[in-house]
Design a protein around this ligand. Structure first.
Ligand code: GDP
Ligand code: MG
Length: 179
């Protein structure tokens, strides 16, 4: 028995300029910068996607900009749009992680409590703050998504989403921890 690759389709959605293209560049090419052509819509707004775009997705990343309250508010629309248009083959919702991007910038326009409540109420796997710019929590978030997709593939079901804050520090170094 040899090893084999899995092919998964992972969606990345969210308002314009929250950092979606940067995330892909960071994760795939490990670069951050302005060398690429920005996908500019001009405005911060929600635009619903076609069913075709969502089709056969194994997981979804919904991203907002921590310094932009509207981009957070619109995550509700992005999540509803996703769940209305696609499910896994077994009928479960597509596992979805919420990324609060640009955590290197201040001040934040939303509180951790708001994000936590929203994440729990809307059946996200969980949420965490990220900085694509500083490469913070990017690989770890992707790893969580990949593990979830593998679990779904192997068991036929994904575990019930809790929506909790994903404590990356704890994940990276489970053995340590003060107090
Ligand atoms: P998209 O429209 O969602 O694809 O957003 P882009 O990836 O084009 O990013 C929009 C702008 O935000 C660009 O100028 C990026 O350099 C910047 N950006 C993306 N991620 C971060 C981040 O984590 N921190 C900061 N400070 N800027 C970011
Ligand atoms: Mg883009």
């Amino acid at each position: 028995m040899g090893s084999f690759d899995h092919l998964f389709k992972v969606l990345v959605v969210g308002d314009s300029s929250v950092g979606k293209t940067s995330l892909l560049n960071r994760y795939v090419h490990d670069v951050f910068g302005k060398e690429y052509k920005m996908t500019m819509g001009g405005q911060e707004r929600f635009t619903s996607m076609t069913r075709l775009y969502y089709k056969q997705a194994s997981a979804c990343i919904i991203m907002f900009d921590l310094t932009n309250a509207d981009s957070f508010k619109n995550c509700q629309m992005w999540k509803n749009d996703l769940d209305n248009k696609v499910t896994l083959q077994n009928g479960d919702f597509v596992p979805c992680i919420l990324l609060a991007n640009k955590c290197d910038l201040f001040p934040w326009a939303v509180t951790k409590e708001q994000i936590d409540r929203f994440s729990k109420e809307n059946n996200f796997i969980g949420w965490t703050e990220t900085s694509v710019k500083e490469n913070k929590n990017i690989n770890e978030s992707m790893r969580i998504i990949i593990e979830r997709m593998m679990e779904t593939r192997e068991t036929g079901h994904s575990s019930v989403p809790q929506g909790d804050y994903i404590n990356i520090k704890g994940l990276q170094d489970p053995g340590s921890g003060c107090c």
